[in-house]
Every structure is written in structure tokens, then in C-alpha cells.
Design a protein around this ligand. Structure first.
Ligand SMILES: [Fe+2]
Ligand SMILES: [Fe+2]
Length: 333
């Protein structure tokens, strides 16, 4: 079992450690004296760290393969501000928990799956309900859906991220629908639950979160469209077949949810439900970015985030929290 994580390595400077890490990259380089050394990047769910191998290069090279989990014995070094590991011994390891190495949602995945099913039960249109069940009651699909990230970097980029994001968007839509009686509730909720299902194929999460070939070449809107079309075709004997207009509307929700042509949707939202779904989707991803900016505040005294490419702006983080509490306390006492 893994005990020491990258974020805690500072506590082990000059000590020998023995623990599991993922080999993110490895290169053979030349030392000043002409000999070889291995320049490695090790990672786990909390970050990455440089590591070097100076002895037993040949043996260690065989164990240290990119994308593999290895057991490392080595010394934690510090040079100026940089911490690194001098590896003495490395051996491959097959038995590990993936969530030790890939960032994972902080929410309880099983609990979110239950909440997802509770939302499916809210849909009463028999065709939409059946369509949803054919996805979310499929054990193999659910195994992938609950593990998939929602993105590579921008928002919910971790195991369970797609489930977390889908649940947020669905519950936002439930709440929005309660404000406007004109909304077709079943259509909107079904669209929310299905809008990003193509991401189960678009992303891979091990050895790192990345886009798959099909994800890069087709993207999750087209993949999702295809997945839904397939299921609708399979429903041809269900109550006389899936109604044509309902099919067009649910597909429209999926392909228009990015809202704008330049954000990857082939058409802009043209129904009330599609417009709401786009807002809910956009809202959940943007809210995540603001929360994350605060979580990642690097310099505890900085009141501003770094420039965030995802939002194309800096985010105001306010006074550092400790200072804030202190000044409040001063006023109190
Ligand atoms: Fe999307
Ligand atoms: Fe989404």
C-alpha cells in the first residue's frame, strides 16, 4: 500500500524512502564525466517529482518503463528549492490502487451513482426513461462512466469527474426546470444525463488523463450522438419504436450543448431545453474553474490567481484566508 505521496516528500529530505510511484517519463542523459544517468519523472495522484538514477543503470532501466507503477527505494534530495529522489533500486509493481496515482474526485463515487439513478427515476416519459436505463443500467457502461474524467485539464479532470459533472448539470437543470413551467422536464433531464456520455470514449485515465485517438478525431459530441443513435435503433420494438421528433430533440440537446459553433457544437441551441442545458453545462464548468483557482492559490499572500487560460482572465481570490480570520478575530476581541 502506498504511504508516501509526492506532496509530502518535503518531510523526508535526506531520508531513505521505499514506496510506489508512476513513471511519467524517463530519458538517458550524459553526466559531465561522460557516463550515463537516468533522468526520470515520477508521479502520483498528488503531483510529480524529478528523480535520477546513477547506479545500476541497465537493471533499473528495465524496471523503469514509462506509464508503469514501480516500487522505488531511494533518498530524497534537496538542491536549492528543488526536491528530487536519487533512486537506488526500482522494481515493477502490478498490484496497486489506480486512485493512488491518478487524481480522483473528492466525492463518494457510489453515492453519486445512487444520486444519478434517483434522477433517472424522475423521468416519466417511457421512451426517455428506457433510453436512460439502457445506458445507466448497463454494468459495463457504468464501470467506464463512473471512472471517466470530464476533461483533460479544464474542469473535473480526474477519475469520477464525468459522473460528478453530469450529476451537477442534471441537478442544476432540475432546479432551473422548477422555475419555468414551460420546460419539458423529461427531455431536459434526459439530455443533461446523456450530454457528455461520449466522454467515456473520448478520455483515457491511465497512465495519465489524456484524449484517446477516437476522442481526438471525433470528439464527445459526435461519439455521444452515435451511442444514442445506436440505442434508439435497438429500441425499434419498444412501444412501436422511439418517436422521431423526440429522437431529434434529444440528439439536438447533445450536439448543441457547447452552445456556440466555435466551442465545438455543429449547431447552436434551438430549443428552450437545449439553451438551458448549455447554460447549466457552462455554469458547472465555470464554477469549477473559480473554485479550483482558489484551491490552487500558490502564493498564500497573493490576492490574485495566475492568468488562467481556461477562463482567459485572472481571478480575484481575496485576502489570504489565515489573515482574514486573524483580522476578524482581532475585531471580535
Ligand atoms: Fe461537452
Ligand atoms: Fe458537460
Amino acid at each position: 500500500m502506498k504511504r508516501i505521496y509526492v506532496k509530502n516528500l518535503r518531510d523526508y529530505i535526506n531520508s531513505e524512502i521505499e514506496d510506489y510511484f508512476l513513471v511519467a517519463s524517463i530519458k538517458t542523459r550524459k553526466k559531465r564525466d561522460g557516463g550515463d544517468f537516468l533522468d526520470v519523472t515520477l508521479s502520483d495522484a498528488t503531483g510529480s517529482i524529478p528523480a535520477r538514477v546513477f547506479d545500476n543503470i541497465e537493471d533499473n532501466r528495465l524496471s523503469l518503463r514509462e506509464g508503469m507503477v514501480v516500487k522505488i527505494r531511494g533518498i530524497v534530495d534537496q538542491f536549492r528549492e528543488e526536491i528530487s529522489i536519487k533512486i537506488n533500486e526500482a522494481s515493477p509493481e502490478d498490484n496497486f490502487d489506480i486512485t493512488d496515482f491518478i487524481p480522483t474526485t473528492s466525492k463518494d463515487i457510489d453515492r453519486m451513482v445512487l444520486d444519478l439513478h434517483r434522477n433517472i427515476e424522475r423521468v416519466s416519459n417511457p421512451y426517455l426513461r428506457e433510453l436512460l436505463k439502457r445506458f445507466f443500467n448497463d454494468v459495463e457502461f457504468m464501470e467506464r462512466f463512473k471512472m471517466a474524467p470530464a476533461a483533460k485539464a479544464n474542469h473535473h479532470a480526474y477519475i469520477g469527474g464525468l459522473l460528478e459533472h453530469t450529476l451537477n448539470v442534471t441537478e442544476l437543470c432540475v432546479s432551473i426546470a422548477s422555475r419555468y413551467r414551460e420546460v419539458n422536464f423529461d427531455l431536459l433531464i434526459a439530455g443533461a444525463l446523456l450530454h457528455d456520455i461520449g466522454k467515456v470514449e473520448e478520455y483515457t485515465y491511465f497512465p495519465k488523463i489524456d484524449r484517446t485517438d477516437i476522442g481526438r478525431l471525433l470528439g464527445h459530441l459526435v461519439i455521444g450522438y452515435e451511442m444514442i443513435m445506436r440505442k434508439i435503433r435497438e429500441m425499434k420494438n419498444f412501444r412501436g419504436g422511439f418517436p422521431e421528433d423526440l429522437k431529434l430533440q434529444i440528439l439536438h440537446l447533445v450536439i448543441s450543448h457547447h452552445g456556440e459553433l466555435e466551442w465545438g457544437s455543429p449547431v447552436r441551441p434551438m430549443t428552450l431545453e437545449a439553451q438551458i442545458l448549455h447554460f447549466a453545462d457552462n455554469m458547472d464548468s465555470k464554477v469549477w474553474m473559480f473554485i479550483d483557482a482558489k484551491r490552487k492559490r500558490r502564493d498564500p499572500f497573493s490576492r490574485w490567481s495566475e492568468y488562467l487560460q481556461s477562463l482567459k482572465r485572472y481571478v480575484y481570490l481575496g485576502e489570504p484566508e489565515n489573515e482574514h480570520t486573524e483580522s476578524e478575530n482581532e475585531e471580535l476581541f
